[in-house]
Design a protein around this ligand. Structure first.
Ligand SMILES: Nc1ncnc2c1ncn2[C@@H]1O[C@H](COP(=O)(O)OP(=O)(O)OP(=O)(O)O)[C@@H](O)[C@H]1O
Ligand SMILES: [Mg+2]
Length: 240
């Protein structure tokens, strides 16, 4: 479960804050999509959640562990713990896949689990089968299509059983049909693994697949006006 409270972030001393008292809760197994204009701070928000950036104020916690901000909890993470936190709790899917060209598909996917010292070959086999990439396991990355590579990236993000997946424009480099297939698999696989998902996207088609469709605007998250959002949103979203 991801909880963000009164999050603030600015890259400029003088301009309006990029993230301005933003609140969000994503329950276990729930998905949210975040849309918004280019430059409004979507990737910055994911970087804050992943601990790559430090907030100016507020708090972010994953499964009750405070990873950033002003929490008075004893378990507030220190900088040295952030790396372990990512290995344990987070899976990240990037627009540009960020796979290793020198590895085959299987070794790319196994990479995070190996880092964590928690390799589960059976689970990796099951994930690759579910994502339709098992026959490609021994192929070099250079011989895979964009959609196949992104499915490897999704398997890699999930294989160490994280509780939260952060996906930054995961279909941004894919054609419409492949985008549809890959995004369906992303949402379905996260749901089946009971993994929370935050997906940033410019695609309305992808955004509406989430349990809650949100938009980042003027530093806060607003509901996108669609039926499913009202029905499934589990928490208050900050009002602007
Ligand atoms: N490390 C940084 N230092 C200074 N400014 C930054 C830094 N990272 C991002 N910014 C600025 O913050 C703003 C938001 O950037 P961000 O990458 O979060 O936007 P975005 O919503 O993801 O946009 P896009 O849809 O184009 O990917 C931009 O103006 C960007 O230049
Ligand atoms: Mg971005």
């Amino acid at each position: 479960m991801l909880t963000i409270k009164d999050l603030k972030k600015s890259f400029s001393q003088t301009g309006a804050p990029l993230i301005n008292n933003l609140n969000l809760t994503v329950k276990t197994g729930e998905s949210v999509s975040i849309q918004g204009a280019s430059g409004c701070g979507k990737s910055t928000l994911l970087s804050l959640i992943a601990g790559f950036e430090t907030p100016d104020g507020g708090d972010i916690s994953v499964n009750g562990l405070s990873i950033a901000g002003n929490s008075k909890l004893d378990n507030t993470f220190k900088a040295k713990d952030i790396d372990n936190f990512r290995k344990q709790h987070l899976g990240i899917v990037f627009q540009s896949f960020n796979l290793f060209d020198c590895f085959n598909a299987w070794d790319n996917i196994a990479f995070t689990a190996r880092l964590k010292g928690n390799v589960d070959n059976d689970y990796q086999l099951a994930l690759m089968e579910q994502l339709g990439i098992l026959p490609l396991a021994q192929k070099p990355l250079s011989q895979l299509s964009g959609g196949e590579q992104q499915r490897c990236a999704i398997a890699r993000a999930l294989v160490h059983r994280p509780s939260l997946i952060l996906a930054d424009e995961p279909t941004g480099n894919l054609d419409e049909t492949t985008s549809e297939t890959v995004s369906d698999l992303l949402f379905k696989t996260c749901k089946e693994a009971n993994t929370s998902l935050v997906v940033v996207t410019h695609s309305q088609d992808v955004a509406v697949k989430a349990d809650a469709a949100l938009r980042l605007h003027k530093g806060v998250l607003e509901r996108v006006n669609c039926e499913s959002t009202e029905q499934t949103l589990s928490s208050p979203i900050a009002a602007s």
